[in-house]
Design a protein around this ligand. Sequence first.
Ligand code: MSP
Length: 511
Amino acid sequence: MDKYYITTPIYYPSANFHIGHCYTTIVADAIARYKRSKGYDVYFQTGTDEHGLKIETKAKEAGVSPKEYVDEVVENAKDLWKALDISYDYFIRTTGENHVKAVQKIFTKLYEQGDIYKGTYKGLYCVPCESFWTKTQLVDGKCPDCGREVKEVEEEAYFLKLSKYQDRLVKYLDEHPDFIEPESRKNEMINNFIKPGLEDLCVSRTSFKWGIPVPFDDKHVVYVWLDALTNYITSLGYMSDDDSKLKKYWPADLHLVGKEIIRFHTIVWPIILMALDLPLPKKVYGHGWLVINGSKISKSLGNYRDPREYIEYFGVDAVRYFVLREVPFGSDGNFSVEALIDRTNADLANTLGNLVQRTISMANKYFDGVVTNKEVYEDIDASLIEKINNLDEEISKDIDGLEISNALNKIFEVLRASNKYIDETTPWVLAKDESSKDRLETVLYNLLESIRVCAINLSFAIPFTSKEILRQINNEKQENHYLKDNKYEVGIPKVLFQRIDKEKFLKEHDL
Ligand code: MSP
């Protein structure tokens, strides 16, 4: 059985997660589910990146220890992933004992083989915020957080020799044109970061305590990226007594990351792996952001909502469907409640919900729910059946190219064609004429087959709804194409998605 290892970034538990974090995780979940449905042995990993000054500061403000602070956020995150039907196989926490031990061993190994060395970190430091900044991060030459003066300071630190691996990295990227996607981000990495020359990366700090101690120099803690990136292998048992998962699943097939951290995943991470003599992941995909009115989602901008509020009002699959369908993967996309309502109404309530409701109702009304194929075909049937039969292959191409929005659109084209098929075959007219009874049953049979195949194909994106549809049409056949000899005994239709009155909703809710 082929394996498929897919990861999300590990998120900072500095605050509870917002819809932007959900975005990456839902996409990763959809791909993981799809691959499982195609028979892959999938390992889908997400988790949290729990060290660093920001968390240390937040915990101090909250009057708890950093560990207590992150424990609470992690519990909240796991609850959110449950509410969103996220089917992760493993949740890694960088405070976990195995990870900590492995990072220490990695640090020591890299130091001993000369890839990490001790030097001096020069930076611009804001004393009240206890934060280092680069020149470009400053706002009007002052601290971007508090607006106060920063001063130049020097601190002893360990560095990772990125420069040593520059030529090898360039060669690797040349030889593996699919390693970084989309193409535009690859060019940005090569032209803006690699070609001008790589600077060695600071991988330790002495100015805060909340981190993994450097084992041979405990004034220092490991600075976040070396701690964070290695999560993808420590979770598989790298540097532990049991590395069977590493043997089975590494290299990763896909690291999904947001565009702001693609640099670390396509420059720093490959170099760490080269230094450790491990193979590189097959692909790193840098996606765009969900924005609200053009701005990134953040607490300070006041555009941050608990994603569970959306789930509560619209249902988990409306939220999942929206983020998967609305934003072409790779680009930024706008998130708004208005757009979420429009999408839910147009696609889920009108197209999908209506088709299922109408078809099941007619099956009940005309045939007491029992429908078989009477094979009284007419020309109009051929194109619908062809569409149903092409779906599997077309979607597979789209998903392999990470064009999830296109894949969903193709399923909805079949659903729209099925609604049109009802309007064109007019079952209510056929029902008036006893001699058309077998034709009527064939029409309903074709519709049920279309619904069944679409529901199967939708299960990676909206698993709950897919299951519910299959329950309502009461059919367990898994074949992902039109069957000629299926048999239906449908249940009672239940509304899948309530149409939402947008104006009324927006007036009544402060969302
Ligand atoms: N901890 C690092 C990642 C380490 S991975 C080895 C980090 N964490 S983060 O909490 O800031 O989360 C970053 C990831 O969250 C982004 O790469 C992206 O996947 C996701 N997103 C956060 N806000 C987002 C949006 N507004 N829109 C889309 N994705 C967003 O960086």
